[in-house]
Design a protein around this ligand. Structure first.
Ligand code: SAM
Length: 280
């Protein structure tokens, strides 16, 4: 448990993940019926971009920093409005000093009837997350191994909602845990939406992950991938992806508008790329 998200908050990978997360939450809000979001690897909620960790890498400047500076066509701007609205809520003057992590972004978008379960295993991070939502009856923070939540916590009593799985990928076998966890979760709750974030660092591991997902027999798996630079054989973060199970019918069209813009804005060299395809 050495991973500290404070070094990476607001980077390009957070932008891709949080843009997709915000679109999924907005989709769920199209019906009045309450839903629940379960965030299995939640982090601390809000990240201080003036902290030593964030300053050391400066990663947010090539992520949310670039997006905020970019000119956007109207359709893309409208689709990004819920996400950017949550960033603005933490930075009212648009001087970036704080970045919303996935539980804070989700909570910002919820209606009165909706709920969030945020799970974090690191004891200090879990304490900070609890402090972040103290007194908020719509949010339940649990210090727990997020992989366990894919069993015991499903299905939620609302029977509508979304599970975000965003592990640190610091340990061997994270892709395998993700595939197994998804298979287990889907058996318990086939109607839930699942959003799984993954790094594009090792191309063979990513290819195997996609093949393993396609072989699960789960219908409707959408694979979203953004490469910010040409793929290399170095073990470096060249891009990231999100796998969405039970992807809403609206998502594909929205991503056809958003991904070209994100690629343009977040590109680190001429080899930047995006793909969107159904694995099953
Ligand atoms: N989802 C957050 C966001 O988008 O703002 C970022 C999460 S960060 C990539 C991964 C988090 O998972 C870290 O805070 C880490 O402490 C936590 N973590 C690591 N192993 C875990 C586990 N088995 N269960 C739950 N949380 C875990």
């Amino acid at each position: 448990m050495n991973y500290r998200h404070a070094y990476h908050a607001g980077n390009f990978a957070d932008v891709v993940k949080h843009v997709v997360l915000a679109r999924l939450v907005e989709y769920l809000k199209q019906k009045d019926k309450a839903f629940r979001v379960i965030d299995t690897h939640a982090g601390i909620g809000v990240y201080d971009l003036t902290s030593t960790e964030a300053q050391k890498t400066g990663e947010w400047r090539d992520g949310i920093g670039r997006l905020l500076d970019a000119a956007l066509p109207p359709q893309a701007r409208a689709l990004l409005a819920p996400y950017l609205g949550s960033v603005q809520a933490l930075n009212p003057e648009w001087v970036m000093s704080r970045y919303p992590g996935s539980p804070w972004l989700t909570r910002h978008l919820l209606r009165r009837q909706d709920r969030l379960t945020a799970i974090e295993l690191h004891p200090q991070d879990a304490d900070r997350l609890k402090a972040c939502f103290k007194g908020d009856i719509q949010v339940r923070v649990i210090e727990l191994d997020g992989w366990l939540a894919l069993g015991a916590h499903l299905p939620p009593k609302e029977k509508r909602g979304l599970v975000l799985v965003d592990p640190p990928f610091e340990l061997e076998g994270e892709f395998g845990r993700m595939t197994d966890g998804l298979a287990r979760a889907w058996r318990r709750w086939p109607g839930g939406i699942y959003a799984l974030w993954y790094p594009v660092k090792e191309r063979t591991a990513v290819a195997r992950f996609r093949d393993d997902l396609a072989a699960l027999g789960i219908p409707k798996i959408l694979d979203i991938c953004l490469g910010t630079r040409a793929p290399s054989d170095e073990p470096r973060l060249d891009g990231c992806g999100m796998v969405v199970v039970n992807a809403p019918f609206t998502l594909e069209g929205e991503l056809h508008i958003l991904l070209p813009e994100l690629k343009r804005i977040l590109a680190r060299d001429d080899g930047a790329s995006w793909t969107l395809r159904w694995l099953a």
